[in-house]
Write a protein that binds this ligand. Structure first.
Ligand code: 0O2
Length: 222
């Protein structure tokens, strides 16, 4: 009986994870359609790369424990742990970050749950990125479900910084020596400056004196 119950729980967990994988694929498709459309219609690719990941069962279990969820309560896990599916969109410039964010979140079948703009308000260590938790519909044989997906938008410079910071954070088991914290904060400022310079350069190269990028029309409500 115990084995049967364990198997049932395992099957349920796998089904639960698959839903997130499907949600992630829906978001990947949306981003890749936007990228292809930009390339064809504006001869411009605002996206450098896209990386998706599903949280590992171990790290989900760890987070469930940290949240004090004791029962295998999938409804509560779905409600509280919103970063099981994650898509990271790395853009060329800050303008593109916000443009892509708008284009994704304005789509009719996308529901925005939480926005955290760490570009407008960077974290104390200098971390910058635009985070959004969205819900996208996934159509299963049993009917539609809404799947939460965390999408992080950032520039290449922000991504470079975040990936180094992440490695250092783990190397020192979350206790980074203060001189490194300071250097990282300085590096974050340098990355932001580089972002500004690169965007200015890009605009100049496109001969747009007021800094206007060749912008496609915004979505207009009819
Ligand atoms: P991984 O390995 O990327 O999945 P929580 O998710 O509950 O711990 P919160 O406040 O709800 O935290 O989420 P928040 O602030 O939106 O950030 C979550 C994710 O953003 C992290 O996921 C990182 O990917 C990224 N992030 C946030 N702050 C930092 C930071 O200071 N440095 C770096 N390098 N990344 C950051 P995970 O699960 O921590 O990691």
């Amino acid at each position: 009986e115990a084995i049967r119950q364990t198997r049932e729980l395992r099957d349920e967990f796998q089904r639960f994870l698959r839903e997130y994988e499907f949600g992630m694929r829906e978001v990947e498709t949306k981003i890749s359609i936007l990228r292809d459309e930009f390339l064809h219609d504006h001869a411009y690719n605002p996206i450098e790369h896209v990386k998706s990941r599903l949280k590992t069962p171990d790290s989900i279990v760890e987070k469930i424990a940290r949240r004090g969820i004791e029962e295998p309560d999938f409804a509560r896990i779905r409600e509280e742990i919103t970063d099981i599916a994650g898509v990271r969109v790395t853009c060329s410039f800050v303008t593109d970050v916000y443009r892509l964010f708008d284009l994704l979140t304005q789509q009719d079948d996308v529901t925005v749950r939480i926005v955290k703009d760490y570009i407008a308000e960077p974290k104390a260590n200098g971390y910058k990125s635009l985070h959004v938790i969205i819900e996208v519909p996934v159509f299963l044989s049993t009917g539609p479900i809404a799947v939460p997906v965390e999408v992080q938008f950032r520039t290449i410079a922000m991504d470079f910084w975040a990936s180094l910071e992440h490695k250092i954070y783990y190397k020192f088991s979350h206790q980074v020596p203060s001189h490194l914290v300071e250097s990282l904060t300085e590096a974050a400022a340098a990355a932001s400056e580089l972002d500004e310079r690169m965007e200015r350069l890009h605009r100049e190269a496109h001969g747009t004196p007021n800094g206007e990028l060749p912008t496609p029309p915004r979505v207009v409500e009819v």
